[in-house]
Design a protein. Structure first.
Length: 464
């Protein structure tokens, strides 16, 4: 190890004093007596009284702060900007209105689409009324069919047969009366006019009876078949009318759906004229002004989320298995504070990127007051291990020579003693001593490179 340059003058001064003393012949005997008991050269050193405390092993990473997320605001429709509500640095919430695009043409499209929907709905109502009318016609045809081919026609036939029986009785009675009156005419009991009248009545009754029988025959044969045919035809025609009306309803409903789709599309396009924030955050860029033109798909504005920020870096394969999500990290950002910010590892990639053989890692830092800005330089210490009850000294206090590690302790007589030690956790500044020393031992932390076992020291600074 290299000795600190601050102690060279002290050592030279000690050597000069020693030389001067050795040159005084009058005190040679006395000096010989002293040198046999203790060193004659005094080395100035700084010391530290050992105590227990925290030591951490960490990996130092330097990088720049990044926003937790960044969203490019991209309008979905183009046009002239009519109103801008934000500027760079403004904080926004998801759903806040950022700017508006002139919507005159799209409002006309929405109105036209709404008219088409209303017209299509009227057509549906009309078609539904036609269905109701056609269904009523079908119901009437079915009722007529049932009446003409069912019990109703049976009643007509039964009634006609009863009528024929009655006409036959009337006819037979008239025939008997006619025969009786003819006999009476022969003996002069009745006049010829009476016989003629009865003869006419018999002929009429016979005609009525024959007609009733013919009607019964027609009713039983021709009328039933024809009525059934006509009724069936009426039902089929009514069913076709119902089907046609239902088809009209379906077509009208399809027209409504199509018109509704067009309306929704127009309304959606209209809503796109109000450009809103998709995340909570801060406006980081704003290249839009009232009267300017924006294009669909081009981003004139961006939002960053800095409620928490992140630091991204890569680690090597020999370190990747020593860090895990949730590991504590001390992050120093000199532009903001001399104190470290508490943070944690948020992501650790399980695979190296490309041909680099390095593994991407991210750190999250809470930033509620937005003091940390993207682009600031940060130095992060990833805590790999720690001991809260460690005996530790500045790393330069331990001398590593000839496969041996040792320190110098100082006793009450200011004599330095070489003590072989074992070490544990170490970092950029400190190293843990796991054996060889104890709490309250005094260890040389500066000037040790000029000492040997038994050297006399002068403590110029002591870290108690």
């Amino acid at each position: 190890m290299q000795a600190s340059k601050h102690f060279i003058p002290c050592i030279l001064l000690s050597a000069l004093i020693s030389s001067t003393l050795m040159g005084c012949g009058s005190s040679e005997a006395s000096s010989d007596a002293v040198s046999s008991e203790q060193p004659s050269i005094t080395t100035s050193v700084e010391t530290q009284t050992l105590s227990e405390g925290l030591i951490q092993e960490y990996k130092t990473i330097s990088s720049n702060i990044l926003p937790q997320s960044e969203v490019a605001v991209i309008p979905k429709v183009g046009g002239t900007v009519s109103k801008v509500y934000v500027k760079v640095g403004d904080e926004v919430k998801a759903g806040d209105l950022l700017f508006e695009i002139d919507s005159t043409d799209l409002q006309l499209q929405v109105k036209s689409a709404q008219n088409s929907v209303d017209s299509a709905q009227v057509s549906v109502s009309s078609a539904q009324n036609s269905v109701s009318s056609a269904q009523a016609g079908l119901n009437s045809a079915q009722a007529s069919y049932e009446m003409n081919t069912g019990s109703a026609i049976d009643k007509q036939i039964s009634s006609q047969k009863a009528n024929i029986e009655n006409l036959e009785r009337q006819y037979n009675d008239l025939v008997n009366d006619l025969e009786t009156n003819k006999s009476l005419l022969e003996i002069g009991a009745v006049s010829q006019d009476v016989v003629n009248a009865l003869d006419l009545q018999v002929a009429t009754a016979k005609t009525n009876l024959d007609q009733a029988k013919e009607q019964l025959k027609t009713l039983e044969e021709k009328t039933v078949a024809e009525t059934k045919r006509v009724s069936e035809a009426s039902i089929k025609q009514a069913e076709a009318s119902v089907k046609q009306a239902q088809t009209s309803v379906s077509q009208a409903e399809a027209s409504v759906r199509q018109s509704q789709t067009s309306l929704e599309s127009a309304q959606r396009q209209l809503s796109y004229t109000q450009v809103k924030a998709e995340i909570d955050g801060v406006i980081s860029t704003c290249n839009v002004t009232e009267g300017s033109t924006v294009s669909a798909g081009a981003s004139p504005l961006s939002i960053i989320d800095i409620d928490s920020v992140k630091i991204s870096f890569n680690v090597t394969g020999d370190m990747i298995n020593r860090i895990h999500v949730g590991n504590a990290v001390n992050t120093f950002i000199d532009a903001v504070s001399n104190e470290p910010f508490n943070s944690v590892i948020s992501t650790v990639s399980p695979a190296a990127t490309g041909m680099s053989g390095l593994y991407p890692v991210e750190i999250n830092i809470d930033n509620p007051e937005h003091l940390l800005k993207p682009g600031m330089f940060a130095t992060s210490q990833i805590i790999l291990s720690e001991n809260t009850k460690a005996i530790s000294v500045p790393i330069n206090a331990v001398i590593d020579k000839n496969d041996e590690k040792y320190v110098f302790t100082v006793d009450a007589n200011n004599i330095a003693h070489k003590v072989v030690v074992e070490t544990g956790i170490e970092n950029d500044s400190y190293i843990e001593l796991t054996s060889g020393v104890n709490v309250n031992d005094i260890v040389v932390i500066k000037g040790q490179d000029y000492l040997s076992d038994g050297s006399l020291v002068s403590i110029v600074t002591s870290n108690e």
